[in-house]
Design a protein around this ligand. Structure first.
Ligand code: SF4
Length: 98
């Protein structure tokens, strides 16, 4: 029994180099669904991501932190995000499109 999360999956971006029909995020170069629920496809800034990392580290220390999307490697700040997660004791991994 775990008293805290041991895996966190974090969708860092809606952007994706693919546009799969089955995508539950409707990820891709542009939204396929025109709906109010999909209106805000912005991303957190790097500093906001660092703050999320602090929050994850506080409630789920040493958890496996899966960085995904979309395609997480489309973020130019992916390496600083990975580095910060590692520095804060998390175990960053990624789920990518290829
Ligand atoms: S996030 Fe995954 S499922 Fe969605 S479009 Fe990209 S590769 Fe396809």
């Amino acid at each position: 029994v775990f008293d805290r999360p041991y895996v966190v999956s974090w969708n860092l971006t809606y952007r994706c180099n693919l546009a799969c029909e089955h995508c539950y995020l409707d990820a891709g170069p542009a939204p396929k669904v025109q709906d109010e629920a999909f209106a805000d496809r912005s991303e957190l800034s790097t500093d906001q991501c660092f703050e999320v990392i602090e929050q994850i580290a506080s409630f789920a220390p040493e958890c496996l932190t899966i960085l995904t999307g979309g395609e997480p490697l489309l973020r130019r700040d992916i390496l600083p995000i990975v580095r910060r997660a590692h520095e804060r004791g998390l175990w960053p991994g990624s789920a990518r499109t290829a």
